[in-house]
Design a protein around this ligand. Structure first.
Ligand code: AP5
Length: 210
C-alpha cells in the first residue's frame, strides 16, 4: 500500500497516519515532522525553513522532493508508505512521478474550516517525539505531558489564529488543485473527517478496504 494523505491543516492526517501505519505495518512519512525536527536541531535546512514554517508558508518544491526522496530510499519503505502532507503542490506531485514514486490511493480528509480551527487551537504537540494530542479530543494521561516520551507538550508556533488562517489560504491556493489531479488519475478517495477520532479511523479503513 502506497498512500497519500491530503487535507487542510488540522484535518487529522497525522492522527490517522499513526493508525494506518500501525495497522498496515508501513511507515508514515510526514514532511512537516521532518522539517520541524530540522528546525529543532538547527541544521542548515532547519535554519533555512524556520521562518516559512512559523508563517504558514510552503517550503520550496525542490527541498521537499529532496528530503522525501532520501527518506523513501530507506529500506523500511520497501513494503509501502504513507505520505502525510506531501505532495502539497501539483509540481510536487509531478516531481514524485518523475522520481517514479508509486501511489495506489490518495485519501482526501474532507472537513469544513471551522472544525479544523477548533482542532488546531486545542492541539498540543510533543517537541521531542512529535506525538500529537488534543486538550479535549485526545488528552494526554497527565495534563501537559506527552504520553509517549513524558516531555512537556507545547503549542506549535504555526497554530496561532493568524497563521492558521494563512495555512488554510495556502491550502486553497496551492494544494487544493491536487484534488482534481488525483481524481483524474482515479485514485482519490474522500474520507468525511468530522466526528470523533475513532469514527474517522473507521471511515479510513472502510475506504481502504472497499
Ligand atoms: P504539516 O506538519 O504537514 O502541517 P499541516 O498539513 O498543516 O497539518 P497539521 O499537522 O497541522 O494537521 P493534521 O491534518 O496532521 O492534523 P492532526 O492529526 O495533527 O506542515 C507544517 C508546515 O511544514 C507547512 O505549513 C509548511 O510550511 C511545511 N511543509 C510540510 N510539508 C510540506 C510540503 N510538502 N511542501 C511544502 N511545505 C511543507 O490533528 C489536529 C488536531 O486535531 C490534533 O490536536 C488532534 O489530536 C486533533 N484531532 C485529530 N482528529 C480529530 C477528530 N476526529 N476529532 C477531534 N480532534 C481531532
Amino acid at each position: 500500500m502506497r498512500i497519500i494523505l491530503l487535507g487542510v491543516p488540522g484535518a487529522g492526517k497525522g492522527t490517522q497516519a499513526e493508525f494506518i501505519s500501525n495497522r498496515l505495518g508501513i511507515p508514515a512519512l510526514s514532511t512537516g515532522n521532518m522539517l520541524r525536527a530540522a528546525v529543532k536541531a538547527e541544521t542548515p535546512l532547519g535554519l533555512q525553513v524556520k521562518d516559512l514554517l512559523a508563517a504558514g508558508e510552503l517550503v520550496s518544491d525542490d527541498i521537499i522532493l529532496n528530503i522525501i526522496k532520501e527518506r523513501l530510499a530507506e529500506p523500511d519503505c520497501n513494503p509501502g508508505y504513507i505520505l502525510d502532507g506531501v505532495p502539497r503542490t501539483v509540481a510536487q506531485a509531478e516531481g514524485l512521478e518523475a522520481l517514479e514514486v508509486e501511489v495506489d490511493t490518495c485519501l482526501f480528509f474532507d472537513i469544513p474550516d471551522q472544525a479544523v480551527i477548533d482542532r488546531l487551537s486545542g492541539r498540543r504537540s510533543c517537541p521531542e517525539c512529535q506525538a500529537v494530542h488534543h486538550i479535549t479530543a485526545n488528552p494526554p494521561q497527565t495534563e501537559g505531558i506527552c504520553d509517549v516520551c513524558s516531555t512537556a507538550l507545547v503549542q506549535r508556533p504555526d497554530d496561532t489564529t493568524d497563521t492558521v488562517g494563512r495555512r488554510l489560504e495556502v491550502f486553497r491556493e496551492q494544494t487544493a488543485p491536487l484534488i482534481d489531479f488525483y481524481t483524474a488519475k482515479g485514485i482519490l478517495k474522500v474520507v468525511p473527517s468530522e466526528g470523533t477520532v475513532e469514527e474517522v479511523t473507521a471511515r479510513v479503513f472502510d475506504v481502504l478496504e472497499a
